[in-house]
Design a protein around this ligand. Structure first.
Ligand SMILES: Cc1ncc(COP(=O)(O)O)c(C=O)c1O
Length: 388
């Protein structure tokens, strides 16, 4: 059977392919330490689990749910945005709970893109942006993020004539994979740019609570609701990646536009999951501090690994990864990654999978316990010793 043309050029997601290879190596007895994927390995808060357990036992919770999500969850999301980002959102009209923010990226593309519409996507950046644009029939145009510019887009350099075709601009701060944190000035510049060129900005914001003392929302910029949709997620901030709870925030009209598509795609989220998510969003600072203490310690170990590999990196990165430049003796991040996978049995993500601008980099995840990181350190030390 011939598959639809829209899938031409869409490869299998890199990690799904790589995990298969790692599985194969493990079957050969290699015991690979996977420092690649960013799925939190710690559980959610016990109170969150308790709400799920209690709710699931009730008789009335098993039906289809509202397409707009439970009012209780929308209120919790609105309160969360007010408390942590200082942003006012009407829980009735400006919030749309999602089944994870990845799905939201697709919903937005399907809602706004016609054949040939262009979308600016970051390079390096989350590969799902360009895949979703393509699947929706649009054309993604990469904009480069460079270390020398603090991984901020050089808005002045964008070709003004070409901007006519651009409908959406994807941004993501704290940025994945580079760990770059946003500044108020950057956010203000982005909003001014979007207004001037009549572009809708999609800000993907799942990492603002990880190793970051100042969570920021692009919607906190005055007038941002006119030109910004923001995606957020409980996957990383609340250790709930498998639960699939995200949120789309923005102006009432935008939310209704996206809902028009989304309500034809899925039929809502299981109510106990929504109620447990509401509980998670009500947790206080202690929760985030606890999670970050663990990541903090792990990051010290990752710095040790990077030192052993002679990589250079900023110590001031937010999010669940460390982004680092590979030393000259490797051609690029792919070569380093293969070297470590086949000789040290340690998997590290090559930066090139996030775009051409990431080729000389690697990304190490903080989602492995310290013991695993220590073991990776020992394996790499052994290689270094054998090679010296
Ligand atoms: C930048 C970025 N955006 C979105 C997502 C998707 O998160 P979710 O679990 O909410 O779908 C990820 C997950 O890895 C991510 O790295």
């Amino acid at each position: 059977m011939e598959i639809a043309k829209r899938l031409n050029g869409i490869g299998e997601y890199y990690f799904s392919q790589k995990l298969r290879e790692i599985d194969g190596l493990n079957k050969e007895g290699k015991n690979i330490i996977n420092l690649g994927i960013g799925s939190p390995d710690m559980p959610p808060h016990p109170d969150v689990i308790k709400v799920l357990q209690d709710e699931v036992a009730k008789p009335h919770v098993h039906a289809y749910q509202s397409y707009k999500g439970s009012p209780l969850l929308r209120k919790a999301m609105s309160d969360w945005y007010k408390k942590w980002y200082g942003v006012d959102l009407d829980p009735e009209t400006e919030i749309l709970p999602l089944i994870g923010s990845k799905e939201g990226i697709m919903h937005i593309c399907m809602t706004y893109l016609d054949e040939g519409d262009e979308v600016l996507v970051p390079d390096p950046g989350y590969p799902t942006y360009s895949a979703a644009v393509k699947l929706a029939g649009g054309k993604s145009v990469e904009y480069k993020l460079q270390e020398k510019n603090n991984y901020e887009p050089d808005l002045e350099k964008f070709d003004k004539k070409k901007l006519k075709k651009v409908k959406l601009l994807f941004v993501n701060y704290p940025q994945m994979p580079t760990g770059q944190q946003p500044s108020k000035q950057l956010f203000e510049k982005l909003v001014a740019f979007a207004k001037k060129y009549k572009i809708l900005i999609v800000h993907d914001n799942p990492y603002s609570f990880i190793l970051n003392s100042n969570p920021m929302s692009l919607l906190s910029v005055e007038g941002a609701k006119d030109c910004v949709l923001e995606l957020n997620s409980l996957s990383k901030s609340h250790n709930m990646a498998g639960w699939r709870v995200g949120v789309l925030c923005g102006a009432k009209d935008r939310i209704n536009e996206v809902l028009k598509f989304k309500s034809n795609m899925d039929s809502g989220t299981f109510l106990p999951v929504q109620l447990a998510a509401a509980k998670a969003l009500s947790l206080d600072k202690e929760w985030y501090d606890e999670v970050n203490t663990v990541y903090w310690k792990r990051r010290e170990k990752v710095f040790e690994i990077l030192n052993l590999l002679q990589c250079s990196y900023s110590m001031d990165q937010a999010g669940m990864f460390v982004w680092a430049k590979v030393p000259e003796h490797y051609k690029d991040g792919y070569e380093l990654s293969d070297d470590m996978l086949y000789h040290a049995n340690v998997f590290i993500t090559p930066g090139g999978i996030f775009g051409k601008a990431g080729k000389k980099y690697i990304r190490i995840s903080l989602c492995s316990p310290e013991e695993k990181l220590n073991e990776a350190i020992e394996r790499i030390q052994k290689i270094n010793h054998d090679r010296s």
